[in-house]
Design a protein around this ligand. Structure first.
Ligand code: SF4
Length: 213
């Protein structure tokens, strides 16, 4: 079976998902940072429901620290793991104020010093809020689809990201991530991928479609 090239995958998926981008709603880099923290193990739809009022109440890093932790926990309760997420948001805000003059930092090295912010969250915020491509956000969809297509067979998200970065032009890093997320959500779903509907069904090493000659 022919090896699939990343640029071919980008071309094909771009046609299938011409509007692939983050579904999270945000206006400022801080909004996006908070929304991305909230989106861990939670749907974007739920996060958008919560942030609709959250972002009206909390506009600056200081706002998240002005209220008791329990109030923020209550406000984000329905996103799940709310204690951990509230702590991550508050400690990130504290650091943004103390170390970065109240502004969300614009480099990967600085971003990952914020609590609860790994390369995935940092990549999303850097590319969408600042147009800075410093990483490829590898979430559960990107991880699974990359491995099924065998474009990156790393055993951890970090390893998959390293391989994808080598194979993908930098300007396409966040685009690739959005495309693979869309494909993972719509076709190459976790339990039973819809291989019959997939444009790669005849070339994907993990395809369940058998070719009858
Ligand atoms: S052929 Fe099946 S396993 Fe391969 S990418 Fe498509 S949906 Fe996923």
């Amino acid at each position: 079976m022919k090896t699939l090239e990343v640029d071919h995958i980008i071309r094909v998926l771009s046609k299938l998902y011409p509007k692939a981008e983050t579904m999270l709603r945000w206006k400022t880099p801080l909004d996006l940072l908070v929304a991305t923290i909230l989106s861990a193990q939670c749907t974007d739809k739920r996060v958008n429901l919560v942030t609709k009022s959250l972002f009206r109440k909390y506009r600056k890093p200081q706002d998240y620290l002005k209220v008791p932790a329990s109030e923020l926990e209550h406000d984000i309760h329905s996103c799940g793991t709310f204690r951990m997420k509230a702590k991550a948001i508050r400690e990130s805000c504290r650091r943004i104020i103390d170390q970065f003059g109240g502004k969300v930092p614009e480099t990967m090295a600085e971003m990952i010093t914020l609590r609860g912010v790994g390369r995935k969250t940092a990549s999303v915020v850097l590319s969408s809020a600042f147009g800075v491509e410093e990483g490829i956000a590898v979430d559960t969809h990107v991880f699974r689809v990359s491995r099924r297509l065998r474009i990156a067979r790393g055993k951890t998200p970090e390893a998959v990201e390293r391989i994808l970065r080598k194979k993908t032009p930098k300007k396409e890093w966040s685009h690739l991530s959005h495309l693979l997320i869309s494909h993972g959500r719509n076709v190459c779903i976790a339990r039973t991928p819809h291989c019959q509907e997939c444009p790669f069904k005849l070339v994907c090493p993990s395809s369940s479609v058998t070719i009858n000659h």
